[in-house]
Design a protein around this ligand. Structure first.
Ligand code: FAD
Length: 475
């Protein structure tokens, strides 16, 4: 989908300059547009990039995307995956179902990253926003309290644009991160992975269930997942030096390691290497990092794009609150404080999972599979996995869990949220305060006290309704 036609010239200044119109940048832009924040979004590419990459949109991501009007159409396009399985090619070792999760989206939506980006872009355009394509971030200098950014336009001519905040959504090789001098410590692995989207002649029993399945056999790990359009995703370690896997390479992987199915067409296939890195700071003064610019890890577990979209949801309302004067600039420090630990934990979790899945020694592999099968029957184990993968476990609370704590996610099944307004949920025994422009007010059954819910769906405060309104960081 191109969006270069009728795009206005870059203005001389903006409140927020967003670099990168991938899933993170598009989510941030659509959110800011919905909130009425002035921004400019640039991308060096001339269109949404073709390809699949992130194929799984997790329940927590769908909850946020519902607030910006994207989930319904996205879910309608994708395939619903009801669960996640580990299999040893003879039996299911472990199955975690999403069906019991406390969310309006008790499934993973399997849809290509290109489609997700197209839906985000469509929503941004509907809201009256735009992407300045063919514009490349070159560098910036401090222009207190903001920045002066140099951008190269389609003809290569340089232009300066001043911005109060600069947000790098420019991916793993982020030029914004480099220009801001923010370190990106971590490691790059030598192991090469094949990723292929294919069509099959016939699917085995396991495929009918539409689970995303890790096959863990002595021959090696293989991830197998249905996609929209009767396609399937295959991911498996590749031999060193392989660059473009052929159809017979993909078939061999399935035959050796996966379900007994015949590949009839390879739609796209490539290889990639995993890096595990988290930026030292997600904020450095007027510069903020979102998405892969801030963190990258193994695609095992399908979390990268999802984490980036939720970064954007965390940042959008904070930028709005600060730029409207409802909160001080220090609110933006909480973006790093909340999202850095989430990313660090995600990197550790996916690294552990990838290490466990790639055990090749036959004795160790048998032992691993036995442990996994035993773990599956431990009380709460598969529920824990489903909650973790769906990212519904993300919380910014510090204290021990006992009911809802400030910083916990408030399930939309308890307090629905279909836009980016704050929500005041009031016990049915109390009177409702008046609605305000940026605040939805509603009665909610079975509440002991009122809950003030942030635009990204986390608990901001609880107590008496009138007291909560005094703390509302919005106009
Ligand atoms: C093979 C593979 C499979 C994956 N599978 C999954 C999965 O199943 N689930 C999941 O959640 N994640 C998955 N991921 C990760 C996911 O693709 C990324 O996390 C996601 O693309 C990050 O989004 P982003 O918007 O942060 O960055 P990107 O998608 O990288 O977008 C960055 C944008 O910035 C633009 N840009 C870069 N530099 C500049 C510049 N100097 N000036 C202007 N524009 C610039 C680029 O053109 C691009 O449009 C996978 C990744 C790979 C490689």
């Amino acid at each position: 989908m191109r969006s270069t036609s009728a795009v206005p010239e870059l203005p001389a200044s903006t409140e927020v300059l967003i670099v990168g119109a991938g899933p993170a940048g598009l989510t941030l832009a659509a959110s800011l547009r919905q909130l009425g924040v002035d921004f400019v979004l640039i991308d060096r590419n001339t269109s949404v990039q073709p390809g699949s990459k992130a194929a799984a949109v997790q329940p927590r991501t769908l909850e946020y995307l519902e607030r910006i009007g994207v989930s319904d159409t996205l879910v309608a396009t994708g395939v619903r995956s009801p669960g996640f399985s580990l299999h040893d090619r003879e039996r299911t070792l472990l199955r975690a179902t999403f069906a019991e999760l406390d969310t309006p989206f008790p499934y993973v939506s399997l849809v290509s990253q290109q489609t997700t980006e197209e839906h985000l872009l469509r929503r941004l355009l509907e809201l009256g926003g735009t992407v300045h394509r063919d514009h490349r971030f070159i560098g910036f200098s401090t222009d207190f309290p903001g920045v002066s950014v140099t951008v190269a336009g389609p003809d290569g001519a340089l232009q300066a644009i001043s911005a109060r905040y600069l947000v790098g959504c420019d991916g793993v090789r982020s030029a914004v991160r480099t220009a801001a001098g923010i370190g990106f410590p971590g490691q790059a692995h030598e192991q090469l992975f094949t990723i292929a989207d294919v069509r099959l002649s016939a699917a085995g029993q396991e495929l009918v269930a539409h689970d995303t399945t890790f096959f863990l056999s002595g021959a090696g790990m293989l991830l197998f997942s249905p996609l929209a359009g009767e396609q399937y995703r295959v991911v498996s370690p590749a031999p060193p030096g392989q660059t473009e896997p052929t159809p017979s390479d993909v078939q061999r992987l399935l035959t050796e390691r996966g379900p007994q199915a015949t590949v009839t067409e390879v739609i796209r296939a490539s290889t990639y290497r995993v890096q595990e890195r988290v930026a030292e700071q997600f904020r450095n003064g007027p510069v903020l990092l979102v998405g892969d610019a801030a963190h990258t890890h193994s695609p095992a577990g399908a979390q990268g794009m999802n984490t980036g979209i939720q970064d954007a949801g965390n940042l959008a309302w904070k930028l709005h609150a600060v730029l409207t004067g409802a909160a001080g600039d220090e609110l933006l420090d909480s973006y790093h404080a909340e999202r850095h630990p989430v990313a660090a934990e995600m990197v550790a979790f996916t690294a552990l999972f990838a290490k466990m899945a790639s055990v090749r020694d036959p004795v160790a592999a048998r032992l691993r599979n036995g442990v996994l099968a035993a773990a599956a029957s431990a009380p709460g184990a598969t529920d824990w996995i489903a909650t973790k993968l769906s990212e519904l476990d993300v919380s910014y609370a510090n204290g021990p869990a006992c009911g809802l704590r400030v910083g916990d996610r408030v399930p939309p099944t308890v307090v629905p949220g279909r836009d980016l307004r704050w929500t005041l949920a009031v016990p049915e025994t109390e009177d409702l305060p008046q609605q305000r422009r940026n605040l939805g007010v509603r009665h909610v059954p079975d509440l002991d006290e009122a809950l003030l819910v942030r635009p990204d769906g986390y608990l901001f405060a609880c107590g008496k309704p009138t007291e909560l309104l005094d703390h509302l960081p919005t106009s």
